[in-house]
Write a protein that binds this ligand. Structure first.
Ligand SMILES: *Cc1c(COP(=O)(O)O)cnc(C)c1O
Length: 339
């Protein structure tokens, strides 16, 4: 692997992410499979102060907070976040120069995870979090501990939004973005609901595209994108269209080439920008999850949604009400590419 240190795209070896306040290591001498073992050799502090970080394997800090283990959750949220951020920067360094030079935003997907883990991640500098169920998001975002310890938190809604849940979503404190607008009607409903709230700022929205063409998947057909974005721009003054989102298929084998879902989203943006005469750097792309966020960034993602790599595997057995989301994601693993 090439080292991004001294790469010409950064002024400093450790460019700060807008959503991150902690310094991030920039030496990529440690790969994702290495770091679990290497971490046994060092100890890190709570709170992120006083790190000497030339790379993951060489971080030094006060004794005792990290336990040996192979899962991110066992190693600690702070360690996992640092690793993910380092890998984000490595992917940025590999990104072709013809793609918009946007620092990708890391959305830490905290679904099924307790408020304490959100607060821990926030303590390590993470500011943007994602949830895919309205009720769970409302409860977490309204949690008094989160409200008092995370004043700058930003919540992204990344799940399927039903019209009857729109008002509830609009009541979520610190809601920063809705990534999953998938019809003009939903946009209208969100627009009027946000308007009623009387917020001085427009609500940032992304339009979700069904890039795999699967019937069971949420999202607009690529061919519906232009009209929908035009509709939002013209008829939804309380909304600010900021980008396109896809979940895409699971299990794509990268040795077979770039993920076709990501390629579809890129071409949808290209067409949209041409038709509406807007620069590509004004249309974000939300794509990439735990298993493929680096690849997603390399091909142009500006918003990666990473859950289990930061917070550990999700245990749905304790929360039967959330089973549907595993089902959703499992289905996407079985998507056969229509491309
Ligand atoms: C759960 C979820 C993610 C994160 O998945 P991981 O594989 O845990 O990183 C990302 N996007 C959406 C829409 C999700 O529902």
């Amino acid at each position: 692997m090439a080292s991004p240190r001294g790469g010409d795209s950064h002024d400093s070896p450790c460019p700060a992410s807008p959503s991150l306040r902690v310094p991030i290591g920039c030496d990529n001498s440690v790969t994702s499979s290495d770091w679990a073992t290497q971490s046994r050799d060092w100890a890190g502090p709570e709170g992120g102060a006083g790190w000497g970080c030339g790379g993951l394997g060489r971080c030094v800090g006060p004794q005792g907070m990290w336990r040996a283990g192979s899962m991110s959750a066992e190693l600690g949220v702070g360690f996992a976040l640092r690793s993910v951020n380092e890998r984000v920067q490595q992917a940025v360094a590999r990104r072709p120069r013809d793609l918009p030079a946007i620092q990708p935003r890391l959305v830490a997907v905290s679904k099924t995870k307790p408020a304490d883990m959100v607060i821990e991640a926030y303590g390590h500098g993470q500011r943007t979090f994602g949830e895919n169920y309205v009720q769970e998001l409302l409860e977490k975002a309204s949690n008094p501990k989160i409200l008092s310890s995370c004043p700058e938190i930003k919540w992204h809604f990344i799940g399927h939004l039903q019209k009857q849940n729109v008002n509830k979503l609009m009541a979520v404190p610190n809601l920063a973005m809705l990534e999953t607008v998938d019809s003009m009607k939903l946009a209208d409903k969100v627009n009027s609901s946000w308007q009623k709230k009387g917020s001085p700022e427009r609500l940032k929205v992304m339009v979700q595209i069904n890039t795999s063409g699967e019937e069971s998947k949420h999202g607009l057909l690529p061919s519906e994108t232009v009209a929908t974005v035009e509709h939002i721009n013209a008829k939804c003054p309380s909304l600010e269209f900021v980008g396109l989102m896809t979940i895409g298929s699971f299990g794509h084998d990268l040795s077979q080439g770039p993920n076709p879902d990501f390629q579809v989203l890129l071409s949808v943006r290209e067409e949209l920008c041409k038709k509406l005469n807007i620069p590509a750097d004004q249309v974000e792309l939300s794509m990439g999850m735990s298993m493929d966020f680096q690849h997603a960034i390399e091909v142009g993602s500006t918003n990666v949604r990473v859950g289990s790599t930061i917070f550990g595997e999700r245990d749905y057995s304790k929360k039967p009400a959330l089973d549907k989301s595993t089902a959703d994601l499992k289905t996407s693993a079985e998507v056969t590419q229509a491309h």
